[in-house]
Design a protein around this ligand. Structure first.
Ligand SMILES: *Cc1c(COP(=O)(O)O)cnc(C)c1O
Length: 407
């Protein structure tokens, strides 16, 4: 019988491979009574049978069904699944977007007068939250070279409360020395958090490398089908109570319908990442050989300056990378991208369809030089055939170069 009034304990790690664990992650007899996928439990009010039952629930609101904002077995199954994928995790909270997960993780830790250090390669809305909102609350954000490593020690002051990493940076793809940064932070009593959207827990396990909070835009690879907005933050035991409380205080909630979609995405994540990784690497290696292309920014390429670091810490790659064109300006990239047959032009990434996006680092960066002189084009490789994608890009690069003929 379903006993969702009491939330079952997390199942122990059974030592199986991550692809195996993904298949049953988050499944609990108490959540679904034998139904393979947890049903979509929509709820605001939960009815209690008596005053005694109500009072028991008030004493332990996280132990079971309480009020819709604290979730139902549908959201709990997703939280448990994500927690179970990260060694060292004590719990996961869900958010209406990846940006909300990042903002809440920061708000859980910083107070007025504090200082946060953020990688210069961070996702732009992360910077905007820090620069426009945290600043108004009296919190200073400073940006550092993503390749700083252990030298971050020199930037830490008594006011420094948190360091936010993103590795690889999702436009420029620098890989960060996570263990070097987290060991300095630990010694100084500074919290570390990382935007792990590129890698997911299948390719990088940040808590095991010393981070306190691992954040993902579920919108990207876990959702995987371009029809879902969601974020997740997974914390170690030290940070979990603060993250959980900040999430409640700010009133974050995701619908059971969306949690169910995200769980469905999670079941095929290993398969989709393997395919995107392999196709992206094939396309990236081909692009590296093209005369119109100056550089390909993909950490799994031996030509990438951080390739060694990536190999040390990551168990694989995913399907997102950038290329730098040799000549031209942003306006010229229309010739390349407007008539691509298999790449959509749009934001987000990690879905089953390939996407292309010209990106402007010089508008975003403040601490480090831009790693390119020509236009930068970001590609999210989906599940299409590699040969078709290459043929499409070959035609696009021919159109691109044709603009400069005779110059
Ligand atoms: C998309 C993205 C986010 C934000 O996710 P949303 O769900 O769109 O708010 C955060 N970090 C990275 C690296 C992203 O690509």
């Amino acid at each position: 019988m379903i006993d969702a009034r009491r939330r079952p304990a997390l199942p122990a790690d059974d030592g199986s491979a991550i692809a195996t664990r993904l298949v049953h992650a988050g499944r609990q007899p108490g959540y679904a009574d034998g139904i393979v996928n947890p049903p979509v439990w929509r709820a605001s009010t939960i009815l209690f049978a008596s005053l005694a039952e109500l009072d028991a629930a008030i004493k332990a609101p996280d132990k079971g069904l309480y009020y819709g904002r604290r979730g139902t077995p549908t959201q709990w199954a997703l939280e448990d699944a994500l927690t179970g994928l990260e060694p060292g995790a004590a719990g996961t909270k869900l958010f209406p977007s990846g940006v909300a997960a990042i903002a809440t993780s920061l708000l859980a830790v910083v107070r007025q007068g504090d200082d946060v250090l953020i990688t210069d390669s961070a996702y732009e809305p992360t910077r905007l939250f820090a620069d426009r909102m945290l600043r108004d609350f009296g919190v200073t954000a400073r940006y550092f070279d993503p390749r700083i490593g252990g030298d971050i020690a020199a930037l830490i002051t008594p006011a420094t409360r948190a360091i936010l990493l993103e590795s690889p940076g999702s436009l420029s793809f620098e890989v960060q020395d996570i263990p070097a940064i987290t060991s300095v932070a630990r010694a100084a009593g500074v919290v570390t958090m990382i935007d792990n959207t590129w890698a997911t827990a299948l390719r990088l396990q940040p808590l095991a490398l010393g981070c306190d909070i691992s954040i993902q835009a579920i919108t990207k690879y876990v959702g995987g089908h371009s029809d879902l907005m969601m974020g997740a933050a997974t914390a170690n035991a030290a940070l979990w109570p603060r993250l959980r409380d900040a999430t409640y205080r700010l009133g974050h909630h995701v619908s059971a319908d969306d949690a169910s979609l995200a769980l469905r995405g999670l079941r095929t994540l290993a398969l989709r990442l393997d395919r995107a990784e392999a196709t992206a690497l094939t396309v990236a290696k081909w692009l590296e050989q093209q005369p119109a292309v100056a550089r390909v920014l993909h950490p799994a390429l031996p030509s990438h300056p951080d390739h060694g670091l990536w190999k040390r810490d990551f168990s694989g790659a995913t399907g997102l990378f950038s290329m730098v064109l040799k000549r031209g300006e942003r306006r010229h990239t229309a010739a390349l991208i407007d008539d691509l047959a298999h790449f959509g032009i749009g934001f987000s990434w990690g879905g089953y369809e390939s996407l292309v996006l010209p990106v402007e680092l010089d508008r975003i960066r403040t601490a480090t030089p831009i790693p390119a002189s020509g236009p930068i084009i970001r590609l999210s490789i989906g599940l299409e055939d590699a040969g078709d994608l290459i043929a499409d890009l070959a035609a696009g690069l021919t159109r691109y170069e044709a603009q400069f003929r005779g110059e």
